[in-house]
Design a protein around this ligand. Structure first.
Ligand code: GLN
Length: 322
């Protein structure tokens, strides 16, 4: 006997409400065509601006996904929180916290300005992220990149590859980041091998992820460092809480204040078009849409986060102890 299949409309009604919400976001915000695909890394300009994927992972390990949630793209600055957390655990908080500040800079992500102690303002802007990678490189040498790649993979719950073309493209054009590297060296934040540090940094930015990966990685941050899909404690709860702190104050660069005021969820964006949002004890969200606003944040990704926060009333400073 044939199984009785409900009609399409009934299927739609059977969808979990969360999936329906994500579907609605996808169809509503697909119409949004403002912003520009990043082109200062030439290879990134080839991304199809129509791509749009959203994924949400809950702390019981459910992963919801809609649209282009399995399309790979480069992690870019969304690697920064994970590498900061890794540095805290590998090198000790004292070492990391003495080299890199935790104050918002109010500057764009690629600002070359350091703080009054000639240290990076925070680990979410390029200067702080390059310093973070530099501290790991100083301590681990040639093994540094593999340690970073492996850690990112544990957050995602799978092995992650590198986009060699994007890596080469940024390496050929990344002189501004090199300038930041030399500035850090002259201020003794990182030691000698600036080229070696930048090579690891460019590779780390070129690690390939999907919106689904980002959701699981964000949910791991939201779950005090335990990946809700694999059950692995990836890094210490200390490292994760401090990482979420700097994501809260600086994750969205010179839009960070507005972001936390309006959306109220710790987040991090990347110029590849990804946004990662991690609401502690609740969920992780990953979105992918390559068109960016003037701050370098994905236009549609911001809309998804705004809608999620307001629809489910998720602002982290508007909680009761439910
Ligand atoms: N690799 C990029 C850079 O250093 C990352 C920047 C970003 O995603 N905001 O310029």
């Amino acid at each position: 006997m044939k199984p009785h299949l409900p009609a399409a409309s009934a299927w739609t009604r059977l969808k979990p409400p969360l999936l329906r919400f994500l579907d609605n976001c996808l169809s509503e915000f697909s119409a949004e065509a403002s912003g520009h695909v990043a082109d200062y890394i030439p290879e990134l300009s080839k991304a199809d601006p129509a791509y749009f994927g959203i994924s949400l992972a809950t702390l019981d390990g459910h992963v919801y996904e809609v649209g282009d949630s399995r399309v790979p793209f480069t992690i870019q600055s969304m690697s920064k929180p994970f590498v900061f957390a890794l540095a805290l655990d590998l090198l000790g908080a004292g070492r990391v916290e003495s080299a890199i500040g935790v104050e918002p800079s109010g500057d764009p992500f690629n600002s070359i300005r350091l703080n009054s102690e000639n240290h990076p303002f925070n680990p979410m802007v390029n200067a702080g992220a390059i310093a973070c990678t530099g501290l790991i490189y100083d301590s681990k040498g040639a093994a540094a990149f593999e340690q970073i790649r492996a850690a990112l993979g544990r957050f995602a719950g799978r092995d992650l590859a590198v986009d060699e073309t994007v890596y080469a493209s940024e390496s050929q054009t990344g002189d501004r980041n090199r300038a930041i590297g030399y500035l850090l060296k002259t201020n003794a934040v990182i030691s000698d091998d600036v080229a070696g540090v930048l090579d690891v940094y460019f590779r780390q930015c070129a690690v390939l992820v999907t919106a689904r990966d980002i959701a699981v990685m964000a949910a791991t941050l939201a779950n005090r460092g335990i990946n809700p899909v694999t059950g692995e404690q990836v890094l210490s709860a200390y490292a994760i809480s401090r990482t979420l702190s700097v994501m809260t104050s600086s994750g969205m660069y010179d839009y960070a204040g507005e972001w936390i005021y309006r959306i109220g969820i710790p987040a991090k964006s990347g110029v590849g078009g990804g946004i990662l949002a991690a609401l502690p004890a609740r969920l992780g969200l990953g979105s992918y849409s390559p068109r960016l606003d003037k701050h370098g944040n994905s236009v549609r990704g911001i809309k998804v986060c705004e809608a999620l926060s307001s629809h489910y009333d998720l602002h982290m400073l508007n909680r009761s102890d439910d």
